[in-house]
Design a protein around this ligand. Structure first.
Ligand SMILES: NC(=O)c1ccc[n+]([C@@H]2O[C@H](COP(=O)([O-])OP(=O)(O)OC[C@H]3O[C@@H](n4cnc5c(N)ncnc54)[C@H](OP(=O)(O)O)[C@@H]3O)[C@@H](O)[C@H]2O)c1
Length: 270
């Protein structure tokens, strides 16, 4: 695909998207917009056009990525609406429903996505859903673009609150777990670096094992739990600490919060 791509709002997620495209060798034109251009000056050296002019960026591109905070979506859509008609806009804003965007620019095609911060290492899990005007051809483009950021999956929009809470925020929970494991290593006398690497690599390796082997996570747990061995001692303590319930409650709380924020956009039914 050689379509020109505009990324509006080149902050953490927008910047990671631009970098993923560059790393993948994307050979279409990329335009990145920001309020403070100094923040993205480095992208210019990589061949990215940078500008403050959102409207012109949309005019000069076929596909638009909107990566501003949810509260800025409405204003930016109004600003670029005349140039957006007939084009496809992919947005990353949490909680903002497709219908909300469609009301502002009825003639644009919208794709709602929920990536996560692992875009930075091309390992995002990105869920997406499309409004009815997005064609099969458009979806092929979406898959190609999201593919450079990691794994993607089309889902029904009603799952987006849960996905936002699970994989959108997931790196936050896993970071807490890695940090806690790292401290556990310190507690039993391991050096800090050894403790951090062994914790993080264990999370990475286990995730890869689940995904590559197709085994249920419980099977992998059984594979490392020797009767009367060391692991079962630790699992006994974890179960006592109600780690499963804590994680379920965390994701449920974030899902509820997502639904609560979504109502502020005036859309109750997805
Ligand atoms: N961070 C995550 O882990 C994550 C994960 C999934 C989804 N998301 C979603 O992705 C979106 C971006 O999140 P983020 O963490 O990347 O936020 P961010 O770092 O604040 O990035 C947003 C950028 O957009 C810029 N901006 C604001 N208004 C603009 C405008 N009118 N024209 C051009 N640029 C504008 C901001 O500039 P200023 O700073 O100068 O205002 C900022 O640099 C959010 O909607 C969020 O819900 C984030």
């Amino acid at each position: 695909m050689k379509d020109g791509i505009a990324v509006i709002g080149t902050g953490v997620i927008g910047g990671a998207i631009v970098n993923s495209l560059m790393k993948s060798g994307y050979d279409g034109k990329i335009i990145a917009t920001e309020i403070d251009l100094e923040k993205i000056r480095g992208l210019e050296k990589l061949g990215v056009t940078i500008t403050r002019d959102n409207k012109k960026a949309v005019k000069d591109s076929e596909v638009i990525f909107l990566c501003v905070k949810p509260n800025s979506v409405e204003n930016v859509l109004k600003e670029i609406s005349s140039e957006l008609e007939g084009k496809m806009l992919i947005y990353t804003a949490a909680t903002v429903p497709l219908k909300f965007c469609k009301r502002i620019v009825p003639k644009a095609k919208f794709v709602r996505t929920m990536p996560n911060i692992a875009i930075l290492v091309q390992e995002s899990f990105t869920a997406y859903c499309c409004d009815d005007s997005v064609t099969q051809g458009d979806k092929e483009k979406v898959k190609e673009i999201l593919g450079v950021m990691g794994i993607h999956m089309e889902v029904k929009e009603r799952y987006m609150d849960g996905i936002t809470a699970l994989s959108g925020s997931g790196p936050g929970y896993i970071s807490v777990i890695i940090e806690a494991l790292m401290y556990a290593g310190l507690k039993v006398g391991l050096p800090r670096d050894l403790s951090l690497y062994s914790s993080a690599q264990s999370v990475l390796g286990t995730a890869k094992l689940v995904l590559d082997s197709g085994k249920h996570a419980a099977e992998i747990r059984d594979m490392v739990t020797t009767p009367g061995g060391t692991t079962i001692e630790a699992i006994y303590e974890l179960e006592g600490g109600q780690i499963r319930q804590a994680l379920m409650r965390a994701v449920e709380a974030a899902t509820k919060k997502s639904a609560k924020i979504r109502k502020q956009w005036g859309i109750n039914e997805l």
